[in-house]
Design a binder for this molecule. Structure first.
Ligand SMILES: [Zn+2]
Length: 159
């Protein structure tokens, strides 16, 4: 059975309590994210409460050192948040990952291609389809060229 891509139906995924809403830089689909790069004030409060409970529980065993448990807990929370954020970041409609795009455009391009090949092989195989991965991948390159052009132009203006 062929999958219908959300971009063809105009129906997009909903995220509960999104912290950030924006449009995908590549396919312009509406996106919302639950996690952000850094922990929120609420997260810090949660870490504090959990570490107070843990310190209280482990005080008879560890003594005053139980208070230091906040640091490993904080680190674990940071790592989990980063992982969830990184997992949520790629666009669910086109596979565009802004972090990879910033780090290495060729990897970002490959990831978009892989996304189309793995999730929508029917669309990926049809040359005439407007959602073809090559076109999306080309769009990344064009966007990059446009950006470098903009940079050169702005540099010219500075000079
Ligand atoms: Zn997208």
């Amino acid at each position: 059975m062929s999958q219908i891509h959300p971009l063809q139906t105009g129906r997009f995924y909903k995220v509960k309590n999104p912290r950030k809403s924006f449009l995908c830089a590549l396919c312009s689909a509406p996106r919302s994210m639950k996690y952000s790069k850094n922990l929120s004030g609420k997260n810090y409060l949660q870490i504090l409460i959990v570490s107070i409970c843990l310190s209280w529980l482990l005080y008879p065993v560890m003594g005053v050192r139980a208070v230091l448990l906040i640091f490993p807990l904080w680190m674990i929370a940071e790592v989990i948040n980063k992982l969830l954020y990184r997992k949520e970041l790629p666009c669910p409609y086109c596979g565009f990952d802004a972090t990879w795009y910033r780090r290495d455009v060729t990897i970002a391009q490959r990831k978009v291609k892989e996304f189309w090949r793995d999730n929508f092989p029917e669309i990926d195989n049809k040359e005439q389809q407007p959602l073809h991965s090559q076109k999306v991948a080309d769009a990344i390159v064009n966007q990059q060229q446009q950006e470098s052009l903009d940079v050169t132009q702005s540099q010219d203006q500075v000079i």
